[in-house]
Ligand binder design. Structure first.
Ligand code: ADP
Ligand code: NA
Length: 325
């Protein structure tokens, strides 16, 4: 049994990328491990957010986690800002981070480009806050998508650095990528990852998209000029991405899918991908609409914050003592 921690930003809708890269792994981990899953609203404010929408999105994300199958009896589900130790340890981790290593992060480079001349400092100091999130719980495993692998490396570096300077206090966490779908690509541009912050809504599928929207987006998705269903992420990026979506919802292997579609073309395959997604998401969507209306959700979040606070405060106290605060 290990300790597992992961987070998702409540910065908009949740995409199939988040689901396949992150949430699906959370569901399978919850039965064997001690799991903490966090709605990282303090990370979300590293770019401007509308306050009311941010509050709604945090609740929405909690409902989606539960609707997807997280069991509040098995996992601790909470909102980051309700556990002050995150920001407190985040500050301490900033003091042992180097500007140079933070500037090298690809997410910082990407996200700061869209902020013009006024780049929020929080975009730069995102990784030490993420390190704090993970380290507060003596985390051993962090299930994330491929785009967070670099932030996990710096988390490990910071933990080592701290341990060397102040005594071995932090557990060094391991990154766990999903077996398939560690990087779900944009439906419009298969060179880019699928992201909820993509301005083109046809580029991603939200877990709450209607059957019509799902069908439309899959039909419109970019594929190469061929017509053969073959898994080849180098040369057939679009179709390989659709195959990864199909595989992750049906459990079929790429070989099985290729065999099944030997005699069929892209048109038929796209319709089937859409069907598989629509059917796969329906139970989740039904549960979501029940949960979002219920005060049970708020109770789960406040119980979660209480449990998380207990563990996090203990770690923070040890850290403060070790560094002389
Ligand atoms: P986003 O990048 O969509 O804003 P977050 O930064 O909140 O999402 O990431 C939440 C989790 O979802 C992380 O573990 C991240 O690695 C994973 N994730 C995000 N996009 C993808 C994707 N396209 N494919 C696989 N995993 C993804
Ligand atoms: Na991300």
């Amino acid at each position: 049994m290990s300790i597992v921690f992961s987070g998702i930003q409540p910065s908009g809708t949740i995409t199939l990328g988040n689901y396949i890269g992150a949430i699906k792994q959370f569901i399978s981990l919850q039965n064997q491990h001690t799991c903490y899953f966090c709605i990282v609203n303090q990370h979300a404010i590293t770019v401007p957010q509308d306050p009311d929408q941010l509050r709604r999105n945090s609740r929405k994300l909690a409902a989606l986690y539960l609707a997807a199958g997280l069991d509040p009896e098995k996992v601790t589900l909470f909102i980051q800002s309700e556990v002050p130790a995150h920001a407190q340890l985040g500050w301490i981790m900033q003091t042992i981070s180097y500007v140079g290593e933070l500037e090298r992060m690809t997410q910082f480079k990407d996200k700061s480009k869209s902020q013009g001349k006024s780049i929020p400092a929080g975009l730069l100091t995102y990784p030490p806050l993420m390190a704090a999130d993970v380290l507060l719980y003596n985390t051993e495993i962090v299930p994330v998508g491929d785009d967070q692998a670099q932030h996990m490396e710096i988390t490990r570096d910071l933990a080592h650095r701290f341990n060397q300077r102040f005594g071995t206090l932090f557990t060094i966490p391991k990154t766990q990528l999903p077996p398939t779908g560690s990087r779900v690509m944009s439906l419009q541009n298969p060179e880019k990852k699928m992201s909820k912050s993509d301005p083109n809504q046809n580029a991603y599928i939200s877990l709450l998209d209607s059957p019509k929207q799902i069908e439309k987006k899959i039909k419109k998705s970019t594929t190469d000029s061929g017509n053969e269903i073959r898994y080849d992420p180098q040369n057939k990026k679009g179709i390989s991405n659709l195959m990864a979506l199909y595989a992750s919802f049906t459990g079929e292997t790429f070989d099985q899918i290729e065999q099944k579609y030997l005699e069929k073309g892209y048109g038929q395959f796209k319709l089937d991908v859409a069907d598989v997604l629509i059917e796969g998401l329906k139970p989740l969507q039904d549960r979501y609409y029940q949960l979002i209306e219920s005060s049970h959700l708020d109770q789960i979040l406040s119980d979660g914050a209480e449990k998380a606070n207990e563990v996090a405060t203990k770690t923070l106290t040890k850290v403060e003592k070790a560094i002389g605060l």
